[in-house]
Design a protein around this ligand. Structure first.
Ligand code: MSP
Length: 659
């Protein structure tokens, strides 16, 4: 019988130069699932890509004086490199700037407009720029974005709306009748209690203030809202609403949209509603996974403070190998929950499971076959003693792994495989082959023991392929086995026939001295932090003790790197728990910026509102006391540390450049 094709997607990533190991989590899991289904003999379409439109990219590019494409192209190239390093076997890497995606999004808008599910009205709401999300007054938490806690800005404009509210009853019914649609189950409660029960409002799905987006076909002054643009990638990638819908007919509906828990809302409410409005089938399942944490907080490079951890995936892969990084991500984080990342946990996990358990088993077994049988695998021989237990465990392994994978429990699947690896190591201790080798009459038994070990290793290696593609191939090759086969050979014990040439494998994963390695990781992490946040570092102290007038001379080209513009303070408040800091919202041209400055001792928030200030706009954003700062207000400082604001000497519009 022909197998049903399998379609799995990751979210599409925002382009960023700050890739960290947390970003790799969703994609590595999806890759393991995609590989697993391919080995089941299914035709798999595995989609990933980048989410490139919106205000953030527009603003970053402007700050750097380049076009959005010039800004993002190198970031996308970096991301593709990262996926290559991690052996990510995607079928398509979609970019929301790809012409076929743009055309599909325009067709989707046109269809929804023509069916009346998109209509025009005045919009007023709160926008969180970093999250690209709109919130109603009641959804704000303490006046801030409920997702990231950053300040939001009020926006009013004529916009197009999607009739999301109309689909609330259908969504309720969906959750009630098909709970598998959204997993783990706790996420259903979140959606129902936080969004559906309070009542869904129609969603604003167009912007006029953002130009870096897909123009609406029926009103090109408006651009598509980035989340509708982004979600559409799941069908545009298959040619939906194009002249060739072959892939769409074959693969849609998706079997699985794997997403981080913070974006479940878009996938489990907005996306099915859009599909319902289009009259298209819904995906089978959305899975909202947990986060990698550092110190209890979502891992993100900007949050690393006192003790930096090495989170750069390039460095981690370069130093420990692609399989080690994949293994940590797949095994360590209880699926569906959050999990803490530290260098120490990473190293311990790799040492314990990969170097000790798996590595030892393979190197001991292949070494003994070399030493006692000249590198030729002996025939199976009679089973006795605990052989039966090992054989039964190995034979039933595929079924157990498959059950875990069907439940998307990747760590449990790996735990099953490593359970057999441990049992095989114990079997070596029980059967003591080196003692058998001393007695010629025990040679048949020695042969049988080594065969059982080799066959158990083969079964584990085949099953490990979706998770550790490289180690799996090396192990299989050392037993002269093909590396490109599916799971056909793992349900019964006896795939190896005896007589196979067997090469001794050097350690697959060298054992590490954790203390030494941790010190090395720390150094790399510090170097990485320095590299990434060079712009935020204070100027190095000069030989004369850091006096300002002793700074080295700079050329005009150095000065030109600093972009200063006139801004108007439109809102201001004290930063909680800080005596020094004020949090201003500064309007620069059309744009609103959140800025934190150390002037609370010299100006009250009321005095600040309405002031024209000079703002350095291309400083790398940073968080001060947990509040985002996207620029620096210029002040003059006297010898006693008193600060006064610098302002334009005559009235001039906000946004004017300072030269
Ligand atoms: N562009 C949106 C998704 C649009 S999908 C139609 C987006 N992009 S993202 O770059 O911010 O996130 C991409 C994925 O990385 C998400 O699944 C997110 O949860 C995941 N992660 C980013 N940091 C993470 C951790 N610290 N831990 C685990 N996954 C995290 O959201």
């Amino acid at each position: 019988m022909e197998k049903k094709p399998y379609y799995i997607t990751t979210p599409i990533y925002y382009p960023s130069g700050n890739w960290h190991i947390g970003h790799c989590y969703t994609t590595v899991i999806c890759d393991a699932l995609a590989r697993f289904h391919r080995m089941l003999g299914e035709e798999v379409f595995f989609l990933t890509g980048t989410d490139e439109h919106g205000q953030k990219v527009e603003r970053e590019a402007k700050n750097r004086g380049v076009t959005p494409m010039q800004f993002i192209d190198p970031l996308i190239a970096e991301m593709k490199d990262m996926w290559k390093l991690l052996d990510i076997s995607y079928s398509r890497f979609i970019r929301t700037t790809d012409p076929d995606h743009v055309a599909a999004v325009q067709n989707i808008y046109r269809r929804l407009y023509e069916s009346g599910d998109i209509y025009k009205a005045e919009y007023s709401g709160w926008y969180c720029t970093p999250c690209e999300s709109f919130w109603t007054e009641s959804q704000l938490v303490g006046g801030k974005c409920p997702d990231c806690g950053r300040p939001v800005v009020e926006q009013k404009e004529e916009s197009y709306f999607f009739r999301l509210s109309k689909y609330a009853p259908a969504l309720m019914k969906l959750y009630r009748e098909k709970p598998s649609f959204l997993q783990p189950a706790s996420r259903i409660n979140e959606m129902v209690n936080n969004f559906l029960k309070p009542g869904l409002q129609d969603l604003c799905v167009s912007r006029t203030t953002v130009k870096w987006g897909i123009p609406l076909p029926f009103d090109p002054d408006h651009c598509a809202y980035v989340w509708i643009d982004a979600l559409s990638n799941y069908i545009s990638a298959l040619g939906y609403a194009s002249a060739d819908e072959g892939l769409y007919r074959k693969f849609w509906p998706a079997d699985l949209h794997m997403v981080g828990k913070e974006i479940v809302r878009f996938h489990a409410i907005v996306w099915p509603a859009i599909l319902m409005a289009l009259g298209e089938p819904l995906p089978e399942q959305i899975y909202g996974h947990g986060w990698l944490l550092i110190g209890g907080e979502k891992l993100s490079k900007s949050k690393q403070n006192a003790k930096p951890e090495l989170t750069d995936p390039y460095e981690l892969v370069k130093r420990y190998g692609c399989d080690a990084v994949r293994y940590f991500l797949l095994r360590e984080i209880p699926f569906g929950s959050d999990g803490e990342y530290t260098g120490e946990r990473f190293l311990n996990r790799i040492n314990a499971d990969l170097a000790n358990d798996l590595g030892n088993l393979v190197s001991r077994t292949t070494a003994m076959i070399g030493q006692y049988f000249g590198g030729i695998l002996p025939a199976r021989g009679e089973a006795e003693g605990t052989d039966g237990e090992l054989i039964a465990l190995a034979e039933g392994l595929f079924g157990r792994v498959q059950r875990a994978m069907d439940a998307l429990n990747v760590p449990a699947a790996l735990a099953e495989i490593f359970g057999v690896v441990s049992r095989a190591n114990k079997y070596i201790d029980e059967t003591v082959p080196w003692i058998l080798a001393k007695d010629e009459s025990k040679r048949p038994r020695l042969g049988a023991v080594l065969y059982h070990l080799a066959e158990t290793i083969r079964i584990c290696a085949v099953l490990l392929k979706p998770f550790l593609p490289r180690a799996s191939a090396r192990i299989l090759e050392s037993f002269s086995q093909k590396t490109d086969e599916g799971f056909e050979s793992v349900s019964s014990f006896g795939g190896l026939k005896g007589g196979e040439e067997t090469k001794k494998l050097p350690p697959l994963f060298p054992r590490m001295d954790i203390a030494k390695e941790l010190a090395q990781m720390q150094k790399l992490a510090e170097a990485d932090r320095g590299k990434k946040s060079g712009a935020e570092q204070p100027a190095a102290e000069s030989a004369s003790g850091g006096r300002q007038d002793a700074l080295p001379e700079i050329g005009i080209e150095d000065f030109a790197k600093v972009q200063i513009r006139v801004g108007e303070v439109v809102a201001c408040e004290r930063v909680k728990k800080s005596e020094k800091l004020l949090h201003e919202t500064v309007k620069v041209g059309d744009e609103l910026r959140s800025v934190v400055s150390g002037i609370a001792k010299f100006y009250t928030p009321e005095e600040m509102i309405g002031k024209k200030v000079l703002l350095v706009v291309n400083l790398k954003p940073a968080k001060l006391c947990g509040v985002l700062s996207e620029g620096m207000i210029l002040c003059a400082e006297d010898g006693a540390g008193n600060l006064v604001l610098l302002s334009p000497e005559k009235p001039i519009e906000s946004g004017a450049s300072v030269r």
